[in-house]
Design a protein around this ligand. Structure first.
Ligand code: CIR
Length: 263
């Protein structure tokens, strides 16, 4: 039986726009190089497709520099899709740009209406529950509104906390299989993964924690060799994708796609 938290027939991505150089970032570590980013993005899309999935590639959106990070706009579950309400004001409009694509694919669409905020990067769907990290982008009202929708669909939501200074909950963790997470120590030390098997990223390789399990593959950012080796030794098939340019605007492997099986 396919596992809904790791096996997907579809993904949605969005091509980076020239305006990506203006993407939000916590600190300035240099301007992203669009050509390099496009090459890495193409590699990412090809890797998703290599698992047999259909990848819907949306056009770049010049008016939204962060729109390539489609994960933040929606939560896609077997029962339906939920449109998010980003906490970053400059990203609010990305949701209505994503909505028509999801409406074509799903018969059931809900939306976070507010006043709270929630971004997809703060949501980890595991084999048994939906973990949502409160963060600078995701507040208590947003979590409460999502909880009400998920309870209609029979999912348990557990509220947890994204460490101070970390953008999203999934900046620091990923699901490797229904019961196993890859995480930083600073996040796992909060106790939020009690009952799960935790594989830790290597010290100094914290950015390796933002990976994705997509069908048979664990897709990880390149340049974190010790963590990649640990994940391989644990029995997973790893693919590494260059992430140097997205990293300059705080993005990574999970942010770049919505992954789902439409109902
Ligand atoms: C932002 O600050 O919103 C973007 N520059 C990065 C978003 C990354 N998304 C994610 O982790 N899900």
């Amino acid at each position: 039986m396919p596992s809904p938290s790791t096996e997907f027939t579809h993904a949605i991505t969005r091509r980076p726009a020239e305006g990506v150089v203006n993407g939000l970032r916590a600190e300035d570590t240099g301007t992203p190089d669009l050509e390099k980013m496009l090459a890495a993005h193409a590699d990412y899309v090809a890797t998703l497709k290599s698992t047999g999935a259909t990848v819907i590639e949306l056009d770049a959106l010049e008016e939204y520099p962060d729109a390539l990070f489609v994960e933040d706009t929606a939560l896609c579950l077997p029962q339906g899709a939920i449109l998010m309400r980003p906490g970053a004001p400059s990203r609010m409009g990305e949701v209505s740009e994503m909505a028509p694509t999801l409406r074509d694919l799903y018969s059931e669409i809900r939306e976070i209406k507010g006043p709270g905020h929630i971004e997809g990067g703060d949501i980890l769907v595991t084999g048994r529950e939906v973990l949502v990290g409160r963060s600078a982008r995701t507040d208590a009202e947003g979590v409460a509104e999502l909880r009400a929708i998920l309870s209609d669909w029979g999912h348990d939501l557990r509220e947890v906390f994204t460490p101070e200074g970390v953008l999203h909950f999934k900046t620091d963790c990923s699901l490797l299989d229904a019961e196993t997470v890859l995480a930083t120590r600073r996040l796992a030390d909060s106790g939020c993964f009690e009952g799960y098997r935790v594989i830790y990223v290597a010290e100094g390789e914290e950015a390796a924690a933002n990976a994705i399990r997509f069908n048979d593959l664990v897709i990880m950012p390149a340049d974190f060799p010790r963590t990649a080796e640990t994940v391989r030794k644990a029995g997973y098939e790893v693919r590494e994708i260059a992430n140097s340019e997205c990293a300059k605007i705080d993005g990574g492997m999970s942010c770049l796609s919505l992954r789902f099986t439409p109902s």
